[in-house]
Write a protein that binds this ligand. Structure first.
Ligand SMILES: CC(C)(COP(=O)(O)OP(=O)(O)OC[C@H]1O[C@@H](n2cnc3c(N)ncnc32)[C@H](O)[C@@H]1OP(=O)(O)O)[C@@H](O)C(=O)NCCC(=O)NCCS
Length: 167
């Protein structure tokens, strides 16, 4: 069996963006996945110039990504506004997420390896993420990382949990 240790965990470069967007596409809610928002290549490129995006690569393929972004990068998105109304944070907060792992790589803590790589780059800052309340796997994974449930909100009739931590 392939293990997490066969994976390369790295800071993303612009060369990784097509792989990130491809993985995102497979996991959008509109395609039966769990991701609520579709971000464009341009968005990833802009964010990458400002804050870390961590990727997991296996044999050159992107099998996971974890995004951090400035609050300003998503300030025009209603769901992000709802998140920050529910929990504005303190300590130089940033948007933590989205995070996504390829289906065949789940349930072996790859999220933790990416989380540790991000965390060491953002020490002292508060990461704020949201998870749909019916996404049990994601809630469980975030709880195991030590992210605490800070608030709840509803958006477009769906219930979400805000999870946060100080890196
Ligand atoms: C959420 C995600 C990033 C977690 O990454 P991961 O590396 O698989 O995380 P973990 O290895 O900690 O596994 C997730 C946990 O959820 C559990 N789990 C998996 N499927 C589950 C399900 N359908 N219901 C409940 N729990 C589930 C696993 O058993 C595991 O818990 P355990 O270690 O106590 O057994 C990954 O599942 C993913 O990319 N999902 C699709 C996109 C997504 O939901 N992104 C997050 C949006 S907020």
């Amino acid at each position: 069996m392939m293990t997490v240790s066969d994976c390369e965990i790295a800071l993303a470069t612009t060369d990784d963006i097509p792989g990130i967007v491809a993985l995102q596409s497979l996991n959008l809610r509109s395609n039966g996945g769990a991701l609520s928002i579709e971000f464009s290549s341009d968005w990833f490129e802009r964010v990458l110039s400002e804050m870390p995006i961590i990727v997991a690569r296996r044999e050159g393929r992107i099998v996971g990504y974890l995004v951090s972004s400035p609050l300003s990068a998503a300030a025009n998105m209603p769901i992000i506004q709802a998140k920050l109304r529910a929990y504005p944070g303190s300590s130089n907060p940033y948007n933590h997420g989205p995070v996504c792992i390829a289906e065949d790589e789940r349930n072996r803590r790859l999220i933790s390896a990416m989380f540790q790589a991000l965390r060491k780059r953002l020490r002292g800052r508060e990461g704020i993420a949201f998870v749909r309340r019916d996404n049990a796997a994601s809630l469980s994974a975030h709880a195991k990382l030590g992210m605490r449930q800070a608030a709840e909100f509803t958006h477009d009739g769906e219930a979400y949990v805000v999870v946060a931590y100080i890196a």
